[in-house]
Design a binder for this molecule. Structure first.
Ligand SMILES: NC(=O)c1ccc[n+]([C@@H]2O[C@H](COP(=O)([O-])OP(=O)(O)OC[C@H]3O[C@@H](n4cnc5c(N)ncnc54)[C@H](O)[C@@H]3O)[C@@H](O)[C@H]2O)c1
Length: 383
C-alpha cells in the first residue's frame, strides 16, 4: 500500500517507520526541511527512540521510506493519508488550528478519488467531520464518503516507546460513515503488528471524544489528588500515605499530586474538551486547580529554604510559568542532582509533602535539583 504521513514529528516519524516496516511504501511530508534532509541522508532526525534510529537507515535504503517538504506530492501518490500535525493551545488559551488547517489545505489540493484520510492528532469533538471534511471536499472537488473517505483515530502512544505502545494499546477508529470506518480498520490491520487490537467505534466523534475523555480524566484525577494534598498539609497528614491506603481498595484510583500537570498533552486536551463544552464545571475547575499548583509548590519551597534557591529543569523544554523561584532553563550538564534533594528541602519543613508527592510534576524528577542563585547545588537543610 502507498501511504503518506503528513507531519514527521516525534509521533509521525515512528508511525511512518511502523508502516514501512510492515512492507508498505511510505512518503512522509513535513514543512521542516531539516527533518526531510535527515531522512534523505538515511538517518532519523529524532533520537528519542532507539528503534527509530536503528530502523530508519535500512528502510530508507530499501526505498520504503522517503520524505518531502511537498505535501501535495506525497498525497498524490497515496491510497491512505495519515495526518499527525499538532493542534496547540496558545497563550490566550485559544485553540490554534493554523498548522493542521494548512496541512489540510495542501492535502485537499492533491487529494485523489478513493483516498482515505485519517486524522490522528487529538481534536475537539466534531473537528474531523465538520472542519476537515468540508475543507478537503472544497479543495479537491470530491464528495466526502463517496469520492474520498475520512476517519479519526487518536494516537495514544508516548514519545520514546511508540512501537511498544502501538502493539499494546487498542487502536480506536471511527469514520465519518460506515464505509470510512471499515476502510480505516482495514488500514490499521495492515500496518500494525498482528497482535495489535483494532477497535471500531460508532463514528469519528466517538473516537475524538475517547481521547479527550481518557486524558481529561487524568487531569481531573490529579486535581483531586492536589486538593487532598493541600488539605492534608494543613492537617499534618501525609497525603501519599493516604493515597496508598485509599488505593488498596479496588475502586479507588487516585493519582499522585504534583507541582503541575505537565507534558504537551494532559494540560492541553481538557481545553480542547472545554472548547465544545464550556459548561463542564468539573473539567474547568480541575484545570484551574492544577494551574495553581506551581505557585503553591514554590511557596512550600520558599517556606522551607527561604528565597534564595532556584529549581531547575535540565531539559530546557518546559516552563511552569509564574513561579518566583522556578528557573527551568538550566543546561543539560547540570543533570546530576535529583529532584528528591529539592523536595526534601520542602519536606524538611514539616510539610506533609514528600519527594514523590512533588515528583509527578512536569519538571521530570530525574533532571531536577536544588541550587542557590549562584548555581551551586544547595543541600537540604538539617532537620
Ligand atoms: N508527543 C506525544 O507524546 C503525543 C502522544 C500522543 C499523541 N500525540 C498527538 O500527535 C500530535 C503531534 O505530536 P508530535 O509530538 O509528533 O509533534 P511534533 O511537534 O514533534 O511534530 C509535528 C510535526 O508536524 C510538522 N508540521 C507542522 N505543520 C505542518 C504542515 N502544515 N504540513 C506538514 N507538516 C507540518 C512539524 O514541522 C513537525 O515536524 C500532537 O498534537 C498530539 O495530538 C502526541
Amino acid at each position: 500500500m502507498r501511504i503518506a504521513v503528513v507531519g514527521l514529528g516525534h509521533i509521525g516519524l515512528p508511525l511512518a517507520v511502523q508502516y514501512a516496516g510492515r512492507g508498505h511504501e511510505v512518503t512522509g511530508a513535513d514543512i521542516n526541511p531539516s527533518i526531510v534532509e535527515a531522512l534523505g541522508a538515511g538517518r532519523s532526525p529524532h533520537l528519542d527512540e532507539q528503534a527509530l534510529v536503528d530502523r530508519v537507515p535500512g528502510l530508507v535504503a530499501a526505498g520504503r521510506l522517503r520524505a518531502t517538504t511537498d505535501t501535495g506530492e506525497a498525497v498524490r501518490g497515496a491510497e491512505v493519508v495519515v495526518v499527525i500535525v499538532p493542534v496547540v493551545v496558545d497563550a490566550a488559551r485559544e485553540i490554534d488550528f493554523g498548522p493542521i488547517d494548512a496541512a489540510t489545505a495542501d492535502i485537499g489540493a492533491a487529494l485523489q478519488r478513493g483516498t482515505l484520510v485519517i486524522y490522528e492528532t487529538t481534536l475537539p469533538v466534531g473537528t474531523t467531520r465538520n472542519r476537515f471534511g468540508p475543507m478537503l471536499a472544497r479543495a479537491s472537488g470530491l464528495a466526502l464518503d463517496d469520492d474520498f473517505f475520512l476517519a479519526f483515530s487518536p494516537e495514544r502512544v508516548l514519545v520514546g516507546r511508540v512501537f511498544l505502545d502501538l502493539r499494546r494499546y487498542p487502536k480506536i477508529v471511527g469514520g465519518t460513515s460506515e464505509a470510512s470506518t471499515a476502510r480505516a480498520v482495514e488500514f490499521y490491520r495492515a500496518v500494525l503488528d498482528e497482535s495489535a487490537e483494532v477497535r471500531a467505534v460508532t463514528n469519528a466523534e466517538t473516537a475524538e471524544m475517547t481521547k479527550l475523555a481518557e486524558t481529561t480524566y487524568r487531569d481531573v484525577n490529579i486535581a483531586l489528588a492536589n486538593e487532598y494534598a493541600r488539605y492534608s498539609a494543613t492537617r499534618g497528614i501525609d497525603v501519599l500515605e493516604v493515597i496508598g491506603a485509599a488505593n488498596s481498595q479496588p475502586y479507588s484510583h487516585i493519582h499522585l499530586p504534583g507541582i503541575a500537570v505537565g507534558g504537551h498533552c494532559i494540560p492541553v486536551y481538557p481545553r480542547l474538551y472545554l472548547w465544545n463544552d464550556p459548561a463542564a464545571t468539573v473539567v474547568a475547575s480541575a484545570r484551574a486547580a492544577n494551574a495553581a499548583m506551581p505557585a503553591y509548590a514554590v511557596d512550600l519551597l520558599a517556606a522551607a529554604v527561604g528565597d534564595r534557591f532556584v529549581l531547575r529543569d535540565t531539559s530546557g523544554q518546559q516552563t511552569l510559568g509564574g513561579g518566583r523561584f522556578l528557573d527551568l532553563r538550566a543546561p543539560a550538564r547540570r543533570r546530576r542532582p535529583r529532584f528528591s534533594s529539592a523536595t526534601s528541602c520542602a519536606s524538611r519543613s514539616a510539610t506533609a509533602w514528600r519527594s514523590t508527592a512533588l515528583a509527578s510534576a512536569s519538571v521530570r524528577p530525574r533532571h531536577t535539583g536544588c541550587w542557590d542563585r549562584t548555581g551551586r547545588e544547595r543541600r537540604p537543610p538539617s532537620p
